[in-house]
Ligand binder design. Structure first.
Ligand code: BGC
Length: 263
């Protein structure tokens, strides 16, 4: 049986790391989700060991896709504002490949993973034009897609508005730290989305992160945004499914090489 469409998807979050085998043809989970608490401090060594533990639990030896809460270029971490500073300049792809000993590891941004999955299989399915997914959590992540194609690594959670990084007033963490009411925080999110709308002219905003489960608490305060806003529909699965999708091009390239007899 050819099961090259099965890829382990891993979502590295601030509080937990979640993994499941994903059927990348259907965009759905093929196993239950294995999860582990994010080690504190979340150093490269500790996080990679946690990933190894999860893949061992799922008895996985195949390709792996990872969603990481920061910016990665050419397999190297550039920024990881909400993890341990030891990640900066860390060769995450090499490190994972060495420890996991699997044929292929692909790593991308966590919000891009969620955006890819939601655009293909969730709240953005079938939508033409520009879709912007914003994840509101410990940080703010962004994914920008046009007709289903991703513009990777946008990092719009760090847009400076009124002299302040947006994460400091529109993330879930900011709401909790400042003990804002949902209305106060909702107005901040409205301000943030209004700036994004002015710049990107999206056809649809998708709001992801834990708060996507309770849109009734704050969507009514998003008064100044003109385009349609919907909550993400795939919950935690989006980050896992999208992470697995990162590895699809690499898996296809490997298969082509094997067909040509190249080792
Ligand atoms: C990081 C992004 C990430 C987001 C959500 C931000 O602080 O800069 O890369 O997507 O948090 O985890």
């Amino acid at each position: 049986m050819n099961d090259s469409h099965l890829i382990l998807g891993v979502d590295i979050g601030g509080t937990s790391i979640k993994a499941a085998v994903v059927d990348t043809r259907k965009g759905s989970l093929a196993t239950t989700v294995a999860r582990i608490k994010t080690p504190q401090p979340a150093t490269p060594k500790a996080v990679v060991a946690a990933l190894a533990e999860l893949s061992a639990r799922l008895k996985w030896r195949g390709p792996v896709g990872v969603g990481f809460p920061g910016l990665i270029k050419q397999g190297v971490v550039r920024r990881a504002p909400n993890l341990d500073p030891g990640w900066v300049r860390h060769e995450i792809v090499n490190h994972l490949q060495r420890v996991l000993g699997v044929p292929l590891v692909a790593v991308g941004n966590d919000a891009d993973a969620a955006g890819l999955a939601e655009a293909r299989y969730g709240a953005g399915r079938g939508v033409r034009g520009t879709v912007v997914l914003v994840t509101l959590g410990t940080g703010i992540g962004s994914a920008v897609l046009h007709n289903g194609s991703l513009l990777p690594d946008t990092e719009l959670g760090h847009l400076e508005i009124g002299g302040q990084d947006a994460e400091l007033f529109a993330s879930t963490l900011a709401r909790e730290r400042n003990k804002w009411t949902w209305e106060q925080w909702g107005r901040n999110v409205d301000r943030y989305l209004t700036v994004l709308e002015y710049m990107l002219a999206p056809d649809l905003f998708i709001i992801g992160g834990g708060v996507s489960a309770e849109p009734e608490r704050f969507f009514r305060h998003l008064e100044n945004v003109e385009c349609k806003i919907v909550p993400a529909t795939m919950g935690n699965d989006a980050g896992i499914v999208g992470a697995a999708l990162f590895a699809v091009p690499g898996v296809k390239a490997l298969a082509r090489r094997r067909q040509r007899g190249v080792k």
